[in-house]
Write a protein that binds this ligand. Structure first.
Ligand code: ATP
Length: 370
């Protein structure tokens, strides 16, 4: 039996509810996969804590995250909780956590499950691609910095380094080598998304992309400009397999990606580094839904599935990889049936009902395989 220490950060708003729902699913995973043990420790962090104590991420919680095998976070931040400079606490905490854990690549799957609502009329052969966002540099490198000249001029600097870009591009190619290619024809392909025709930093990003691509001759590659990419994601989403880009571009296109496959309630994400990884839904805290047990827990549940897959890949643990597949299959099953779903995707079920339905689907799928 392998035991993993998981740091849980339920956070604010709907975060604690989607986390509680995910724990129902993880409990069922542990029951169905006796060789996996998850030692989950929950920690307070975020806006409510800041309101009470003036701290978002106490040192002992950061230490627990550094110490854990993986971090599972649901959502952080509340619009009415502000720092003295007027900004919300969420960016400060998340950028700090990413930097402390050295999480260089953010992974945002854009996958349309049968039964999920899709606003596009035509999806070609289907939508199943992954956005890889550089997570420590780009425009976000200026976070907490930048410059102001009186009340007239403000600047932020976009930073692209060879080391950071090589890491994220390499991660993208490694992921492509494990996937089944793009839906249109099964071709494995990594696409660089940039603005290399305008900015020197972006031309450098593309140059490094080509340098790394040369190490993976078996995987196709191409490059598109970010403005064109936002059009292609809507018009030809089945053309893409893995797409890699600068931090701010990834931030924006991830939400567009969530929008074409059913909304934020269905968008999971991972942030990975060489040693650590953090998993969280793409959505925020949706405070107007908090406390009503109506938030969609599937993004957090799918993020927990990505966590199991990452543990399996990095620890060479086939049970964890099988558990990750079971979570994703169970979510797909619940979505395709359509009876149990939260209001954001057209249903009337509660957060807890959806979690129980996913947990039951895990049991059904694992036992039918046995
Ligand atoms: P942040 O800036 O923290 O990322 P945001 O401004 O993008 O937050 P969210 O809290 O992510 O906003 O959500 C925007 C809207 O999407 C919410 O008000 C809510 O209507 C909907 N939404 C987001 N997540 C969910 C969810 N899990 N279930 C149901 N609806 C959701």
């Amino acid at each position: 039996m392998t035991s993993y220490r998981i740091a849980l950060l339920p956070g604010d708003g709907i975060g604690p509810e989607t986390m509680a729902a995910t724990q129902i699913v993880l409990d069922r995973i542990v029951a169905e996969f006796p060789d996996i043990q998850l030692d989950c420790q929950s920690h307070r962090a975020g806006a409510e804590l800041y309101r009470e104590t003036g701290e978002t991420l106490p040192k002992n919680v950061l230490d627990a995250c550094l110490d854990a095998d993986a971090v599972l976070l649901s959502a952080i931040g509340l619009p009415d909780v502000r720092q003295p400079d007027g900004t919300e606490v969420q960016p400060t905490m998340m950028v700090g956590l990413r930097r402390a854990l050295n999480l260089h690549s953010a992974v945002r799957p854009v996958k349309l499950y049968p039964g999920a609502p899709c606003p596009l009329k035509h999806t070609g052969a289907g939508i199943d691609f992954v956005i890889i966002r550089e997570n420590l540099e780009g425009l976000f490198a200026s976070f907490g910095g930048g410059s102001m000249v009186g009340d007239e001029v403000a600047t932020d600097t976009l930073v692209v380094t060879r080391t950071g870009t090589s890491k994220v591009v390499d991660y993208a190619f490694q992921l492509a080598s494990r996937r089944n290619g793009r839906p249109r024809d099964g071709k494995r392909k990594v696409t660089c998304v940039d603005k290399a025709n305008v900015f020197r930093s972006m031309a450098f990003f593309r140059k490094i992309f080509h340098d790394v691509a040369a190490k993976y001759p078996e995987i196709d590659h191409d490059a598109v400009y970010v403005d064109a990419m936002s059009l292609y994601m809507v018009q030809n989403p089945s053309d893409f397999d893995v797409v890699v880009m600068e931090n701010q571009f990834g931030d924006i296109l991830s939400d567009l990606g969530a929008g074409i496959v059913g909304g934020l309630g269905l968008g999971p994400s991972a942030e990975v580094g060489d040693q650590h990884a953090l998993f969280q839904p793409s959505h925020g805290t949706a405070p107007q839904l908090a406390g009503k047990n109506v938030a969609n827990p599937l993004a957090t549940i799918l993020s927990a599935g990505m966590m199991l897959d990452w543990l399996g890949q990095t620890r060479n643990d086939a049970n964890c990889i099988a558990a990750a597949v079971a979570v994703e299959n169970a979510v797909a099953e619940v979505l395709s049936h359509g009876q149990v779903r939260t209001p954001d995707i057209g249903g009337t079920s509660s957060t807890t009902d959806v979690a129980i339905a996913v947990a039951d689907a895990i049991v059904a799928s694992v036992r039918s395989d046995a």
